[in-house]
Design a protein around this ligand. Structure first.
Ligand code: NIG
Ligand code: FE
Length: 396
């Protein structure tokens, strides 16, 4: 049993506790609260760790990433910087298709080396839970290859990894109806049987899947015990957000083009709204009215959407800062969006929070003020990162 004390301030993240202490046993929080209220029983048989008057936050949760990929989209990035659009490049067979070719040409070993490197970097930034999607395979064998790489990462990184099967776009040369049927009748059942993913995500937009195809894919996912989530209303308004809410999806993500009616549907459902400000900013779009969404009662998470095209983002903290600067969120709301709400978007009830029984994933902020983590832009203030109560890295 470990007793972490001399914590200047701790966010659970719902509550702020000053002069806190936290007891961890077998990787989980068994007690957390003001140090003065620590029951004597915990003082026997504990190893004491002083955090030396620094603050503690729950480990960050990145609930939407496309972390496995090969190649580079720097050419496309430069073309977009000159004014070409993401959609036009995709329609002309570039964009996502470019990464699909490079990912198909890469071996599992190469893909693994790339994703391990990215996941490690994120861990040093305090990201202790990561969702990772397939979706650059398109063909069944290639999708399975990506999911095997994600499974290997899960066994070799201390982070908790949630794998998702992504129906991204229709591969060139396929009839779209046949592709959707292949996905529903072959890929989803096989992925469920092999336990390679916990959810199915669909990119529902112009240039990708239609609303009807999305519904069909959701039904197949549910039939095989997989959760659903969706890339919704990013480029155009399709109605995917309302479908997600209606079908009890874990999350609806992007949401730039959502309307107040969509927010009402979300607020009345269990579906988490995941904002991806990295993609919004990189594609020169605008976030939806985040305050309007919050006032409607929508549960908001924020994630990086890390991918080589629309969001080459490595910093979840920076995305939370965009939530504050561009979305009008308070620092507390942004913190909740990157921890407990992001965990909810993954169906994880024991992550993203430091409450009794939760997994003891936390970061020690290099300041007595916990929210100082959101103050410097472009610099991580995670001095130490603990996963399941074990220290991963110390900067000093
Ligand atoms: O979430 N919008 C669709 N999919 C990804 C982008 C993938 C890519 O461009 O490679 C996204 O933004
Ligand atoms: Fe995405």
């Amino acid at each position: 049993m470990w007793l972490f004390n001399e914590i200047s301030e701790l966010y659970t993240p719902f509550d702020r506790v000053e002069n806190a202490a936290m007891v961890v046993d077998a990787g989980r929080v068994v007690w957390v609260g003001p140090a003065a209220e620590l029951p004597d029983a915990y003082l026997d048989d504990v190893t004491l760790v002083s955090l030396r008057n620094r603050a503690v936050l729950p480990g960050l949760v990145d609930s939407h990433t496309h972390l496995v990929w090969a190649g580079s989209r720097v050419d496309e990035y430069l073309r977009r910087a000159r004014g070409e659009t993401y959609e036009a490049i995709l329609e002309a067979g570039g964009g996502i298709h470019n990464t699909v070719h490079a990912t198909a040409a890469a071996s599992e070993g190469e893909l693994f080396a790339g994703v391990l490197d990215r996941a490690r970097y994120m861990l040093t930034q305090g990201v202790t839970t990561l969702e990772i999607k397939s979706g650059y395979g398109l063909e069944a064998e290639q999708e399975l290859k990506m999911l095997h790489v994600i499974r290997r990462l899960a066994s070799e990184t201390p982070q908790h990894i949630e794998p998702t099967l992504l129906a991204h776009v229709i591969p060139t040369g396929w009839d779209r109806r046949e592709y959707v049927e292949m996905f529903c009748r072959r890929l989803i059942p096989e992925v469920a049987r092999e336990d390679l993913a916990t959810a199915v995500d669909v990119f529902c937009d112009r240039g990708a899947f239609t609303l009807e195809e999305t519904r069909r894919l959701f039904e197949a996912a549910a039939e095989h015990g997989l959760a659903c989530k969706v890339h919704a209303e990013q480029l155009t308004h399709t109605g995917a957000t309302r479908l997600a809410a209606e079908m009890g999806a874990l999350s609806a993500d992007h949401l730039e083009q959502t309307t107040p009616a969509d927010w009402q549907a979300l607020a009345a459902s269990s579906t988490v709204a995941t904002l991806l400000p990295g993609a919004t900013v990189v594609l020169r779009k605008h976030l939806p009215d985040v305050r309007g969404m919050l006032d409607t009662g929508v549960k908001i998470a924020i994630a990086t959407d890390h991918n080589p095209g629309s969001s080459p983002f490595y910093s979840l903290l920076l995305c939370l800062q965009f939530g504050i600067a561009l979305g009008g969120m308070s620092a507390e709301e942004a913190l909740i969006a990157g921890t407990v709400h992001a965990a909810d978007a993954l169906g994880l009830r024991d992550h993203g929070r430091l409450t009794r029984g939760a997994v003891a994933d936390f970061l020690v902020v290099d300041s007595p003020h916990a929210l100082a983590a959101l103050y410097p832009w472009g610099k991580s203030v995670a001095a130490e990162v603990y996963v399941g109560g074990e220290r991963f890295r110390i900067s000093d």
